[in-house]
Design a protein around this ligand. Structure first.
Ligand SMILES: O=P(O)(O)OC[C@H]1O[C@H](O[C@H]2O[C@H](CO)[C@@H](O)[C@H](O)[C@H]2O)[C@H](O)[C@@H](O)[C@@H]1O
Ligand SMILES: O=c1ccn([C@@H]2O[C@H](COP(=O)(O)OP(=O)(O)O)[C@@H](O)[C@H]2O)c(=O)[nH]1
Length: 458
């Protein structure tokens, strides 16, 4: 049987010491742990120029081999902070206004991709199936091919693929799309993302797209939609198991008899947290009966904190949380609890079970696993209500949520009120429908359908 080699920028190492609060690490680890394989990528550490560029550090944990490399400060600045998170992330999330382009950063992005590919070479066996993840590593297959690698190589994009008119803003769009065409299978989170990629190929690359078969830049590849999921039963078990943890008891006691609205996101401008705070403010303003009766808990661990746009959103959120709390707090009541720290994932699942509403309203999001986790963590006999942005990939499957437009502050406030007052029968019905969707398309299905298509590719 061929071995699975996963390549991603972020690797959730066994100690989780540099653990990311991101869905990619959560999803890839979940997909790898019961099937085994190699997981190669960045350690999360930056080191001096002299200490970088060492061979991969190998750790064996059960049936997974973790192979990680450190980056120099310059590589980190250009490849991760610069081109990946200063150019690609904002543009792919339709925030061209927050993007910049710098040729040196792009050169660094390509240099690091070439170097990472060279580091992987000695670890590869001829029949390995290679699965590369996300926007940091678009040129990775091209580099492996240049080095003579003939293995099947697939790519999965965890974030949205924007409409062609948007991606044209990246000056090197053509080089990037040419690089993407070096993969055998390119997978997306939603139909819209796949369509946008094919539109680009047809309109701007003189390529051909027939069904899932694409020809471009002298290469043949397949595209597909593979919606990343969760293992809902595992989440339900853990949510129940962690119910007695200190954090969970503390929250239960401190909320007293009030209702709870809960949100969890990396502190990212794509997550729509400012608009969410304003919607909660509007709820308090328009429903005096709910004042002092409902709290919003927003967990937002900082991320990419050395990128200027992330520093700006952090300041804005501090201001908004302070302003709204100043308006509506009482001596025994804080409407918004805003926590800039990371929580253990299983503790979060248990916290989700306490909340009457899961409030997940990104402006754009590839999938948003938190939305799926909130549903999976609920008590089926007395479930909470999910209020979900139409711009999260998850909305394509979770249509029994209360779907909102995150730019419509009043609409979000109305949905919150509706969720808080929803009768038990309707809550159960909606929850069952969403749980069924999670089961049909769990994390195993995501992995297995992608790998089936990759193995079947010529
Ligand atoms: O690695 P970081 O820079 O700390 O960021 C964390 C991850 O964020 C993004 O996650 C995406 O993947 C999720 C799972 O498919 C998806 O639900 C979410 O919508 C995406 O935003 C990013 O794409 C990852 O590369 C990062 O590791
Ligand atoms: O303090 C935190 C915040 C988030 N997460 C997890 O990080 C993932 C976030 O994934 P999502 O797809 O929602 O968004 P991303 O951060 O990848 O954009 C989810 O599994 C969360 O449960 C976590 O373990 N601790």
């Amino acid at each position: 049987m061929s071995r699975l080699v996963v390549v991603s920028n972020r690797v959730a190492t066994p100690t989780e010491s540099k653990g990311s609060s991101g869905g990619l690490a959560v999803g890839v680890f979940g997909a790898l742990k019961d099937m085994g394989g190699v997981w190669f990528g960045w350690s999360g550490d930056t080191v001096t120029e002299g200490a970088s560029h060492r061979p991969p550090h190998i750790v064996q944990e059960g049936n997974v081999t973790f192979a990680t490399v450190d980056l120099s400060r310059r590589d980190y600045d250009q490849y991760y902070k610069g081109f990946s998170n200063g150019t690609l992330w904002p543009v792919f999330h339709y925030r061209n206004d927050l993007a910049h382009f710098d040729r040196h950063e792009y050169a660094g992005y390509r240099r690091v991709n070439a170097w990472l590919a060279r580091q992987l070479l000695p670890l590869l066996k001829p029949d390995d199936v290679i699965w590369v993840h996300d926007y940091h590593l678009i040129p990775f297959a091209e580099e492996l091919r240049l080095a003579g690698v003939k293995n099947r190589i697939g790519y999965f994009l965890h974030i949205p693929f924007p409409a062609p008119q948007v991606i044209l803003n990246v000056p090197v769009h053509e080089e990037l799309l040419k690089s993407l065409s070096c993969y055998d299978v390119v997978g997306f989170q939603t139909d819209e993302d796949e369509q946008a990629f094919q539109d680009y190929i047809v309109r701007h690359a003189h390529g051909v797209a027939k069904g899932r078969d694409v020809q471009a830049y002298g290469r043949k590849l397949r595209t597909g939609v593979y919606r990343i999921g969760v293992f809902p039963d595992e989440i339900a078990d853990q949510a129940a198991r962690y119910a007695k943890r200190k954090e969970v008891r503390e929250l239960r006691t401190s909320v007293e008899n009030r209702k709870l609205v809960m949100s969890v996101d990396r502190l990212d401008y794509s997550k729509g947290i400012v608009e969410r705070f304003k919607a909660f403010e509007q709820l308090l303003e328009s429903s005096p009966d709910l004042q002092n009766q409902v709290s919003l808990v927003q967990i937002a661990p900082p991320t990419r904190s050395d990128v200027a746009t992330y520093q700006q959103i952090r300041r804005t959120l501090e201001y908004e949380a302070g302003r709204i709390n100043g308006r509506f707090s009482g001596l025994n009541y804080t409407p918004i609890r805003y926590l800039n720290r990371r929580y253990d994932r299983w503790v979060l699942m248990s916290l989700f079970r306490l909340a009457q509403v899961g409030f997940v309203t990104p402006l754009r999001d590839g999938m948003n696993l938190v939305a799926k986790e909130y549903v999976a963590a609920q008590d089926p006999d007395d479930p909470g209500v999910l209020v979900l942005s139409r711009f999260a990939g998850a909305a394509a499957e979770l249509d029994a949520a209360l779907i909102v437009n995150p730019h419509d502050i009043a609409g979000m406030a109305e949905a919150l009120i509706r969720g808080l007052k929803m009768p038990l029968d309707e809550r159960r019905e909606r929850h069952q429908s969403m749980l069924a969707a999670l089961r049909t398309n769990d994390l195993g299905v995501w992995r297995d359908t992608f790998l089936r298509d990759l193995k079947a590719s010529a």
